[in-house]
Unconditional design. Structure first.
Lengths: 318, 261
């Protein structure tokens, strides 16, 4: 099993604001640490026009990380492909794969936030059709690049997995999916690949919220505000307020979503986390991208979690 | 006066080559090193490559970008992130290439360029803006996407208060557009050419061959200064150009005997 670190959005969050010059300096230091600790890769996330400055241009950050490191892989988790020019993404990726000596990986997905689609003049409702057109073009261009750029398809539903299966592309599964949901999605994926006459990839990537600690109680108190911010933000984007919904009832609905998703966090000592991650490996996920940065954690706490995770890495991929 | 190295073509350039040019550019006292994408040939990533190079060299880094091919907000975002990762050392030269435009299936219309540059300038200004042009409406206010804000802002903003951007203009209307938007102007060196007039805080840029002589460069400069970007194909050419040009372009009356030592 390979372990990646991520996903990084370089956000200046309300509970711990920082200037973005510092946040980008920090992520470059994090990448150096990830490389020194022997991680497989570091992964970057993309959103647009959000007040906290959520990173909107992953390949530009990837370029900086590739410049700062020599061995570490760098991936996008995930690039919101229907909002982009597929030709631009393919041309950017090919150049950076060459300069990065084959260390760049693209994870791409649909996107879901109306305001982002609107900014780029794309109808959100067209995102599936756009993906059907863009993904084969991207996959073809990335396969022809020298070195080739691996492409993963970000998924949270069977429909998205089936789209990837028809192209024989591996999955990058969402962090909030339960093992049962992952099994069902892989079944749908494998069936779609078989229908298309393709032999699908045997392994896939998965994102999980993970925090390695020997002091669960103290770290939980530190993490909770950051986790709640992150989950409220994603929840607010994917479950927007309905026109006839009052703010109190909307917040109540959001809160239920937050509480449900907080339960996905894998938190404990290295042995516990290693055992939990092996469960996902047995499902067919050989690359697990572990998110320990929720919002903007204190640097010392984050690095302690990375070091804990490096003990997990030694246990699961000796 | 300022001197930059390049632009070094990204096509087929391995990282090791960029690093060796970068080391020589620093050792030879260049103010900046420039890279050039070529989307007509499938070579993109100019700003990502500049972000990479900025981790390798301590000087400013420039990216020659094929403009008008995709949504200007993506270009503004690439500029902002490259500027942040480089701690505020990014410079940009935009050019409108017919060959790249054809490959991307983009418009060559004048009013598309107008929309493109207006949206780019607004996005980089830090404003909460909206734009209603002939080709671009930002935000688009598509009914199916609602609710969405009436205005948007580029987040995060650039590290520099204003990222220096030049345009290599081929037509007078583009020169006027660049001036209107506060971008600098660039042109290729030819014997007898003058550096384009400064626009606001940005001096004109002249893209020079490697063998440009100090006297020629100084004759081309204006009272508002100049930015000479000097080509090189080998590290040795970087070194010789830096040694030849740095002193004379930085000090009026530079004594010739210094370079004879």
């Amino acid at each position: 099993m390979r372990l990646g670190l991520g996903i990084f959005g370089m956000q200046s969050v309300p509970q711990r604001p920082d200037h973005h010059v510092k946040l980008y300096r920090d992520v470059l230091e994090d990448a150096e640490l990830a490389e020194a600790l022997g991680f497989d890769s570091i992964w970057l996330s993309e959103h647009h026009f959000w007040f906290d400055g959520y990173c909107p241009a992953d390949i530009a950050v990837a370029g900086a990380i590739l410049g700062r490191t020599t061995r570490l892989g760098v991936g996008t988790a995930v690039m919101l492909l229907p909002m982009h020019s597929v030709q631009k993404v393919a041309d950017d990726a090919a150049t950076m794969s060459r300069l990065g000596e084959g260390r760049l990986t693209l994870g791409v997905a649909l996107g879901y936030r109306d305001a982002e689609f609107d900014g780029f003049g794309v109808r959100r409702k067209d995102r599936g059709k756009l993906m059907d057109v863009m993904l084969p073009r991207l996959a073809e261009s990335c396969a022809a690049a020298d070195p080739p750029v691996p492409v993963y398809v970000g998924v949270a539903t069977a429909i998205a997995a089936q789209r990837a299966a028809r192209l024989g592309l591996p999955l990058f599964a969402d962090s909030t999916m339960t093992p049962q949901e992952l099994r069902e999605m892989l079944d749908a994926y494998n069936a779609a690949a078989a229908s298309a006459g393709l032999t699908p990839p045997l392994t896939h990537a998965l994102q999980r919220d993970v925090f390695v600690t020997d002091d669960r109680e103290s770290d939980w108190a530190m993490l909770l505000p950051e986790l709640r911010y992150m989950r409220r933000q994603y929840g607010g984007w994917s479950l927007p307020q309905e026109p006839d919904e009052t703010i109190p009832s909307y917040l109540q609905r959001l809160e239920s979503d937050i509480e449900a998703k907080l339960k996905n966090l894998i938190m404990g000592d290295a042995a516990y986390v290693a055992a939990r991650l092996r469960e996902f490996e047995s499902l067919g996920f050989d690359l697990i991208v572990c998110r320990s940065q929720f919002g903007n954690l204190p640097r010392e706490s984050l690095h302690r979690a990375f070091e804990g995770l490096s003990r997990v890495r030694e246990a699961v991929s000796p | 006066m300022r001197i930059g190295l390049g632009p070094i073509a990204l096509k087929n350039a391995p990282r090791i080559q960029l690093e060796s040019f970068g080391r020589e550019a620093v050792a030879s006292s260049f103010d900046a090193m420039w890279l050039s994408e070529s989307r007509a040939e499938g070579v993109g990533g100019g700003l990502a490559a500049a972000a990479l190079l900025a981790q390798v060299v301590p000087i400013r880094v420039g990216a020659v970008i094929d403009a008008g091919l995709y949504h200007p907000l993506h270009l503004a975002e690439d500029i902002a992130i490259a500027d942040l990762t480089s701690q505020g050392r990014i410079e940009v030269l935009l050019r409108f290439s017919p060959e790249a435009t054809s490959r991307y299936g983009a418009s060559t219309a004048r009013d598309w360029c107008d929309d493109f540059l207006n949206v780019l300038a607004l996005a980089l200004s830090g404003a909460h803006f909206q734009w209603n042009g002939k080709h671009l409406k930002v935000p688009a206010r598509i009914e199916a996407n609602q609710p969405a804000p009436e205005r948007l802002a580029l987040n995060p903003a650039t590290a520099q208060p204003a990222v220096p951007i030049w345009i290599q203009a081929s037509d007078m209307w583009m020169v006027d557009l660049a001036r209107e938007q506060g971008f600098g102007l660039a042109r290729n060196f030819e014997p007898g050419t003058r550096v384009p007039a400064a626009n606001g805080r940005w001096t004109g840029m002249l893209l020079c061959p490697n063998d440009v002589q100090p006297a020629e460069a100084l004759a081309a400069a204006t009272d508002k200064g100049a930015y000479f970007v000097v080509a090189a194909e080998t590290p040795a050419q970087v070194s010789s150009a830096g040694r030849r040009l740095a002193g004379p372009l930085r000090m009026p009356g530079f004594p010739a005997w210094i370079n004879q030592q």
